[in-house]
Design a binder for this molecule. Sequence first.
Ligand SMILES: [Fe+2]
Ligand SMILES: [Fe+2]
Length: 199
Amino acid sequence: MSVKSPFEDLREEHAALLREMQDLHSSVRGLAGAETSSLGGAGVVRDELEMFRRRLRVHFRREEEGLFPEARRMVSEGAKGADVFGSFFAEEAEDDMSAHAALASRAEEMVQLTSEIEDAGGADEGSARKLLALSNLTAGLLQRHAAKEDSLIFPMLEKSLTQEQVDDVRSRLHQIGSDRDLGAEGEEGLGQLGGDSDS
Ligand SMILES: [Fe+2]
Ligand SMILES: [Fe+2]
């Protein structure tokens, strides 16, 4: 039986996160009054956003702590073609981390704003417009993030890492846990996921 590639796992996470973002955007449009569909209210949307934000955070952690260290190590060990790959990867990894930070902030802002809307008993024109804009921005950032990794960074690493390195990545990802493991208990259910800065 063949073992699933860790890259396959991360790609599937991208697809799942993108689907969730799409659903979230519909909920946000409902909340903002842009659609007349029935809505669950700001509390429901805020809970959905909170879960999405947690999943994002786990996904980023899997990449930053599970995947990138292997690539960095390989580059520093002077693997074949490491010079070209090294500078490429250093740039892309940095770019990717900024994208993670930007996405995390936007998701955080969305949670915050939805809480305010909930407290106010509904969205007014200003908050509705802001929430929609934030949602659009977040969706765009996520799409770019996923497309770039799926089509550029992952294929590059897939070609460059040895089977042993891929196995190391897989076991680190396994140790960190998956964003799909998040249940009602949130990140508590995941191994080693501590140090929440916002608790
Ligand atoms: Fe990433
Ligand atoms: Fe990613």
